[in-house]
Design a protein around this ligand. Structure first.
Ligand code: NAP
Length: 449
């Protein structure tokens, strides 16, 4: 038997486990999917926006894999600092595949970034997704205006959640405290701001278009911004996604929203790069942007002209960054673990028994499905190495060893108890399942409490 640990139970981890058991090259592979949290599914549970029910339903596919007879879920097991080191984990398994994503947010590096009211979008997403590490975050939603920096899909998600009315979010699994805060929100204008042009934005067209369909919000664009982008007037030469994005924005520009005092407004802005977050009494009050212009090589240059946008809340949605468990090699420039076809490289040579897949392998880009081929490549490398890996003796019951080491793993029945508790919580609130947002609540529920 070949015993493998996959660290991380998001899509890349689950697809890796699936690739390892659904093959015939090496019979009898047994996979434990470990997670730091007592709950599986990674960013599908804690990153996909609550109102994206269709993508969320992918959990059903991931669940089917985790219920495979040769796959086990082992939650509440931190790997790295404060938990099991990569070195010790290799005592328990023939191989370990790290599928830990890109857990950190990138920073802007401008003055004022740490003022109260300035957050990473990741923190905001974690909060409305009930991530137990985010239960203490308090979001100031009393200001009228919010600025979202960045024009990728995360920016679109947080803009949309801020612009939705509470009745639109109530049917989702958003935690009760976040629902209450969003219902009481005073935010009426959300400015989503890109440093380059509309033809270079990173969002995908379906996500962009959805902003124009929200029942209680209207999208507006700024003709002066759009005119700066040479590809705006004639998008025919652009790659398909960018061309379609520009076409949507052109439709919005051609039919500006009819003023509606009851509606929230989404302002989509371009060619503005943040240079400072301005405060008042220790809290954010505005963002100062420098107007940019195309540099002719796909980038932008500053123009020395500035604009301020008032904001009581600033969310930077400028991408994620890898943060692998302590004890693994890391390439700080790429933000990934160095690897060759998924084999972790230590000092340039493959490290026996250590592999990576997903964002920690290739960086934070692509959609959920991108993880499938990525997982297959890593699994193929591992299976090719299997004869060498299987020479070592490992314990029959690694979970028992984890317990003996003082950890308190939450296995599949514990997760099912959490699910039941969330359904019960929802019933008491007259809602569908409602997520438990804190560690004590999750661990009590996992124990049947
Ligand atoms: P992203 O797609 O890389 O977008 C990052 C945005 O931040 C870009 O607009 C980028 O502009 C901007 N940016 C970076 N540094 C900046 C700076 N210093 N100042 C101003 N702007 C800056 O990242 P993401 O939105 O976090 O998404 C990560 C991945 O998750 C993507 O693959 C995304 O598609 C995926 N995702 C998908 C969904 C979905 O399918 N519904 C939802 C969420 C996330 P430049 O282009 O100029 O660098």
């Amino acid at each position: 038997m070949l015993r493998v640990a996959v660290v991380g139970s998001g899509p890349s981890g689950v697809y890796t486990a699936q690739s390892l058991v659904e093959q015939t090259l090496v019979p009898d592979v047994r996979v434990d999917v470990l997670d730091r949290l007592p709950c599986p599914y990674g960013l599908v549970r804690y990153g996909v926006a609550p109102d994206h029910e269709k993508i969320k339903s992918l959990q059903n596919n991931l669940r089917a894999v985790l219920e495979h007879e040769r796959i086990g879920f082992v939650g509440n097991v931190p790997v790295g600092a404060g938990g099991v080191s990569p070195e010790r984990l290799l005592e328990l398994y023939h191989a370990v595949v790290y599928c830990v994503g890109a857990a950190r947010d990138r920073r802007l590096g401008v003055p004022g970034e740490d003022l109260a009211g300035s957050f990473s979008a990741t923190d905001f997403v974690s909060w409305y997704s009930a991530h137990p590490d985010a239960s203490a975050f308090g979001f100031a939603l009393d200001g009228r205006s919010a600025v979202v920096v960045g024009v990728g899909n995360v920016a679109v998600d947080v803009t949309r959640v801020l612009a939705r009315g509470p009745e639109e979010l109530r049917p989702t699994d958003v935690p009760q405290s976040a629902l209450g805060a969003l219902a009481a929100s005073g935010v009426r204008e959300v400015h989503m701001v890109g440093r380059r042009g509309p033809s270079q934005a990173r969002f995908t067209t379906k996500e962009l278009r959805e902003l124009g369909t929200l029942p209680s919000a209207r999208v507006g664009v700024e003709p002066a911004d759009l005119a700066l982008d040479p590809a705006y007037a004639d998008p025919s030469g652009l790659p398909a996604v960018n061309r379609r994005n520009v076409e949507v924005i052109r439709e919005w520009a051609a039919a500006p929203p009819v003023p509606d005092p009851a509606a929230r407004s989404i302002r989509l802005r371009f060619f503005l790069r943040p240079v400072e977050i301005l405060g008042e009494g220790g809290r954010v009050a505005a963002v100062r942007f420098e107007r940019t212009e195309p540099d002719g090589a796909g980038g932008v240059r500053g123009t020395g002209r500035y604009e301020e946008i008032a904001a009581g809340l600033v969310l930077r949605a400028v991408g994620y960054r890898g943060a692998p468990p302590e004890g693994l090699p890391f390439d700080p420039v790429r933000g990934t673990v160095p690897h060759a076809a998924g084999r972790v490289l230590r000092d340039g040579a493959p490290s026996r028994g250590e592999y990576v897949s997903g964002w920690i392998k290739r960086g934070p880009s692509g959609v959920i499905g991108t993880n499938r081929p990525c997982a297959k490549e890593t699994a193929a490398s591992l299976l090719r190495d299997a004869p060498l890996l299987a020479r070592r003796t490992v314990p029959d019951d690694p979970v028992a060893v984890l317990r003996a080491w003082g950890l308190r793993p939450v296995e599949w029945p514990g997760w099912l108890s959490i699910e039941e508790a969330e359904a019960a919580l929802g019933r008491t609130l007259g809602r569908g399942p409602v997520k438990i947002p804190d560690w004590p609540g999750l661990l009590a529920a996992a124990g049947g409490g």
